[in-house]
Ligand binder design. Structure first.
Ligand code: F1P
Length: 346
């Protein structure tokens, strides 16, 4: 078996060593654009990566559903960088998208969890997430691990490119190292989340809203609820609400708003007011110490604060817990949801 993932990511004395991407590190650093292909949860990780690569590396990024990309005639130029993200490493759509990109001369890098999987073999180079086996079908720890790896890749590229000043790069690395402790703390919301789950377990619909880096978190929160609880849920960018979904809001509609303190905080506060004015039930994920939002909404769940770009790793935890508890209370099989396969190979 040819396994192109030659190493691991190591953070050592504040230096990042991109063990997996060596030969193509320069190509990645100098890329004119990056195309990310993935499915499901991995696609949501790709969206966060888009924001990070564009903000820190100033490289244009497109994020495509592999299942769409493979069947159209996408513009891929010789030397384009295509990053494929997959937990299982066996997703047929992602594999086909990679083969298509390779046939057009792209450099295809992989981010995947399962060592020796098909995606790791098809990639020119790549990085393993080393999240350990996902016992259930729905991706959870693989998602946070994908975000970690993609953030590390982007930071390294930004540092090499010089689009991120040395001091900022170092402070980001230090913040990144604090994330495991913050995730641990976010997990301590479990009892509180369980109580909220009991109140909403019989909902028929649920809306998830977020802005900026928290928009993909909203998508992922909605997907988790759909996958394991079979409740119809939609994730939306909060600013898009007024372009349609606002019509859905009434006293029956739970709205989960990811409203951590970031550069769009004031805007998300206005979105919460819009939902409350229509009697929606708001569950807000806020940063520790927020004294404004708890007075406006029905339920608040506090998570430790961090940089905007790193917040998805923390803010996604209570959403995963919420789906989990609702699913258990509805007697759903959390590990093996109906109609879903661990790796979608057709
Ligand atoms: C992609 C995916 C998962 C989802 C489910 C079906 O898998 O859509 O995100 O939770 O398991 O497949 P992968 O390519 O990341 O393995």
């Amino acid at each position: 078996i040819k396994d192109c993932f030659r190493g691991r990511l190591i953070a050592n004395n504040g230096q990042l060593v991109l063990g997996g991407i060596r030969e193509y590190a320069n190509a990645l650093t100098n890329a004119e654009r990056i195309v990310i292909v993935a499915c499901g949860t991995s696609w949501h990780a790709g969206l966060v990566a888009e924001y990070i690569f564009e903000e820190f590396c100033r490289i244009p990024v497109e994020v495509e559903y592999a299942s769409e990309f493979r069947y159209r005639n996408p513009i891929i130029r010789e030397g384009d960088i295509v990053i494929a993200i997959s937990q299982s490493g066996e997703t047929a759509d992602t594999l086909a998208a990679m083969e298509l990109a390779k046939s057009k001369g792209a450099i295809v890098l992989g981010v995947c969890n399962v060592v020796g999987s098909s995606i790791s073999r098809v990639s020119h180079e790549g990085v393993y997430t080393h999240a350990g086996p996902e016992i259930g079908v729905a991706s959870t720890k693989a998602f946070t691990a994908q975000l970690t790896v993609l953030t590390m890749i982007a930071l390294r590229v930004a540092h090499r490119k010089g689009t991120m000043a040395e001091q900022r790069y170092r402070s980001f690395l230090a913040e990144l190292e604090s994330i495991p402790a913050k995730v641990e703390k976010a997990l301590k919301t479990d009892d509180q989340v369980k109580k909220i789950a009991a109140l909403f377990k019989d909902s028929r619909n649920c809306l998830y809203l977020g802005r900026g880096y928290n928009f993909p978190v909203a998508l992922e929160g909605a997907l988790k609820l759909k996958e394991i609880s079979y409740i119809h849920a939609e994730g939306y960018p909060a600013a898009e609400m007024k372009h349609g979904p606002i019509a859905l809001i009434d006293e029956e509609m739970p709205v989960v708003v990811i409203a951590t303190r970031d550069s769009s905080y004031d805007k998300i506060v206005s979105n919460i007011q819009e939902v409350k004015a229509r009697k929606g039930k708001v569950i807000a994920i806020v940063s520790e110490g927020d004294s404004l939002i708890p007075g406006m909404v029905d339920h608040t769940i506090e998570v430790p604060g961090t940089h905007d770009a790193l917040m998805p790793m923390v803010a996604t935890i209570p959403l995963q817990l919420l789906s989990y508890h609702i699913a258990v209370m509805r007697n759903c099989n959390v590990d093996q949801p109906r109609n879903l396969a661990k790796s979608v190979t057709v």
